[in-house]
Ligand binder design. Structure first.
Ligand code: HEM
Length: 305
């Protein structure tokens, strides 16, 4: 039996945990009504109906979901959508549906040095034409502060396990645009799963690196390599792939909007407060802009850059 909305028992004035449960349901787009538990009588009525007397408590009809942690789990497992019809958690971009959760492979999270073609910190990565001074100045221009760096470390904890989902969502979006498909597929646009599978662990790893890596010479070198791998200098080379060999810079830049805006739902997926999500999202935005800006050096000469 399904219900049209959830019920959340909350205390008045709302305690922080009550607010977080409601913020989570808001972010995920679930309809709900609240019941204020203001008096002992209210608490007794709640206990009789649910068997519980402490707030917050989320229920769906006769089913007790639980507190924040259980609600997040029920969202993840699909139980909430099963109990609620017809409803679907919202996504940041209308039309860009979040895929089912696939944990990021251990190869990516724990053994990145074993990823094929992942040359970070090795002498296979080229020497970047940029200097550490260029990097420092850019860092100041995107206004990446120490607080941002701390927020990025928090973001890494939340995003690491979702990196694979994020990259799947980017690819799903690119696949919806017929003129974009030949850059990831065969040149005629037909699927090229081998290329996708070979390049995916490196892309997944980038999400973690973007939140955790020090901005040093190794960083500069590998970012230049990523830039080159989007251009005719090196695209398709690492995976020996049959695909178009250059991604126009305009698409690289324009797609940054998708990478940035869609990150918000993933940052919010583990129950962080709205304020903390804001902080992490802002820091992630700056990090992505810094990366993509550095990648553009592979497209243009020193004078234009
Ligand atoms: C902000 C936008 C983008 C980001 C953050 C991004 C990120 C990345 C990363 C991290 C990699 C792996 C690099 C490596 O370590 O080897 C990669 C590779 C790749 N990206 Fe992007 N990318 C972006 C835009 C695009 C666009 C618009 C396309 C167009 C379809 C695209 C297609 C590819 C392909 C085909 C590869 C494999 C390149 C190769 O042959 O080595 N990317 N991207």
């Amino acid at each position: 039996m399904t219900v049209s909305s959830l019920t959340v028992y909350i205390t008045r004035p709302a305690a922080p945990l009550c607010e977080r449960v409601c913020a989570f349901l808001d972010q995920r787009g679930y309809p709900y009504t609240t019941i204020d538990v203001a008096s002992d009588q209210d608490r007794e009525a709640m206990r009789q109906r649910t068997g519980y007397s402490s707030c917050p408590l989320v229920i769906a009809g006769d089913h007790v979901i639980g507190k924040l942690k259980e609600t997040i789990e029920a969202d993840r497992s699909g139980r909430l959508t099963d109990l609620l019809t017809p409803v679907r958690p919202h996504t940041a971009q209308e039309g860009a549906v979040m895929p089912d959760h696939n944990p990021t492979p251990k190869l990516v999270t724990d053994h990145p040095e074993q990823i094929r073609g992942y040359d970070y910190g090795t002498d296979r990565a080229p020497t970047s034409p940029l200097t550490l001074e260029d990097l420092e100045q850019l860092k100041q221009v995107v206004w990446l502060t120490e607080e941002d760096e701390a927020a990025l470390r928090d973001a890494a904890e939340i995003l690491a396990d979702q990196a694979d989902d994020m990259v799947s969502a980017y690819r799903a979006r690119l696949g919806e645009l017929p003129w974009m498909a030949p850059y990831s597929n065969h040149p005629d646009g037909t699927p090229n799963p081998e290329y996708g599978a070979a390049s995916k662990p490196r892309f997944d790893r980038w999400i973690i690196d973007a939140c955790t890596r020090s901005l040093d010479q190794d960083w500069l070198n590998y970012q230049h390599e990523i830039g080159l791998r989007h251009t005719s200098a090196k695209k398709t080379e690492t995976d020996n792939a049959d695909s178009l060999d250059h991604i126009p810079m305009r698409y690289l830049l324009a797609f940054t909007a998708v990478v940035i805006t869609t990150a918000r739902d993933y940052l919010a997926a583990k129950g962080a407060s709205a304020e903390q999500v804001d902080r992490m999202h802002s820091a992630f935005t700056k990090s992505v802009m810094l990366h993509v800006t550095v990648w553009t050096r592979a497209y243009v000469d020193h004078a234009s850059w």
